[in-house]
Write a protein that binds this ligand. Structure first.
Ligand SMILES: Nc1ncnc2c1ncn2[C@@H]1O[C@H](COP(=O)(O)OP(=O)(O)OP(=O)(O)O)[C@@H](O)[C@H]1O
Ligand SMILES: [Mg+2]
Length: 312
């Protein structure tokens, strides 16, 4: 069953001097219970996608298109409706934990807050629920942990707190934006296992990351984003074993296991996107047509899609 349906989504930031097309025509469906990874290099629009889905874009953002959740369009929904969905139905583990947690509020109170705001539990019940959840997320002494402040935690513990904050209202969808960035290798592995165990299951996961390893561990389907648009989508194992788009091929070749071959050049600026294929300037297989015409998404074999004239 389709849970989230995104069509013709555009997010444009207006600054004094330019228009930044951060998300430029994205179509995407996410099924209930699915684990979908959105991958792509820095600045391609991943976080903006997540923020748009949460209704949390800054004031200088213009948004158009459709983001339907369970049949309800979130772009046109009034703020009180969004507030009922945000946190309760769709929750986010944000990219920058340092900015998410309130430095002067105890962790336990911060995690309990959404339960109280949404009137789901009494103060006493909320406290018990927080302790139960902190225990389930690997805090040996959850009562003591709940009484501490964010600065008293290590990076890995703070990430567990962010996961607790996202899970506390038992949402149907979790959007996780780079949940393991900045963590050392061992802690990263622990957090990834924790997400796999506690976050997925019946829940729907939309993982945002530039790290193919993380995405392939957690997700059954991958969407590859480049310069504001999706250029390839398909089952993880197929995309990794036989990438279609030259950009996806480049991403795979840049993995340590493949010899760290970086893709030459840089992605186009979102304030002056090219007319043709956005990857054409860096693509060794580019044809004349690729520079002048913008390729549409093409379906290949039922489960896969690619935006490239090589497959037209
Ligand atoms: N508030 C804003 N005003 C203007 N431009 C913005 C704003 N927020 C994001 N952008 C621009 O939108 C584009 C996409 O940014 P986004 O944060 O989504 O990238 P990302 O793919 O998440 O990158 P990273 O992997 O580094 O987190 C970038 O060019 C960024 O500079
Ligand atoms: Mg980001």
């Amino acid at each position: 069953m389709v849970l989230i349906h995104i069509a013709d989504l555009k997010v444009v930031f207006s600054t004094r001097s330019e228009k930044i097309r951060a998300v430029d025509t994205v179509d995407l469906t996410i099924n209930e219970g699915e684990t979908l990874g959105l991958i792509g290099e820095s600045g391609c629009g991943k976080t903006v996608m997540g923020m748009a889905m949460m209704g949390l874009l800054p004031v200088n953002a213009g948004i158009s298109g459709i983001i339907q959740y369970s049949g309800q369009d979130l772009i046109t929904a009034p703020e009180p409706v969004i507030q009922q969905i945000r946190g309760r139905e769709i929750a986010m583990i944000s990219q920058n934990s340092a900015h998410t947690l309130n430095p002067v509020m105890k962790i336990g109170d911060q995690i309990a807050e959404p339960l109280l705001v949404h009137h789901l539990y009494s103060a006493e019940e909320a406290k018990k629920e927080v302790i139960r959840l902190l225990g389930a997320l690997g805090f040996e002494d959850p009562i003591q942990a709940g009484g501490r402040y964010p600065h008293e935690f290590s990076g890995g513990m703070r990430e567990r707190v962010l996961i607790a904050l996202a899970l506390i209202c038992n949402p149907r969808v979790i959007i996780a934006d780079e949940p393991t960035s900045g963590l050392d290798a061992q802690v990263k592995i622990q957090i990834l296992h924790l997400i796999k165990e506690k976050v997925t299951g019946n829940r729907t996961l939309f993982l945002i990351t530039h790290d193919l390893g993380t995405a392939s561990f957690l997700c059954t389907r991958l969407a590859v984003m480049y310069a504001g648009e999706i250029v390839e989508i398909g089952p993880t194992k197929d995309v990794l074993s036989q990438p279609f788009h030259p950009y996806t091929q480049g991403l795979l070749a840049s993995l340590p296991s493949a010899g760290l071959h970086t893709i030459p050049g840089v992605s186009p600026s979102p304030s002056s996107l090219p007319l043709g294929c956005r990857f054409s300037e860096r693509c060794t297989a580019a044809l004349e047509r690729c520079r002048n015409e913008h390729p549409a998404m093409k379906e290949i074999g039922g489960t896969r899609q690619v935006r490239c004239f090589l497959y037209a």
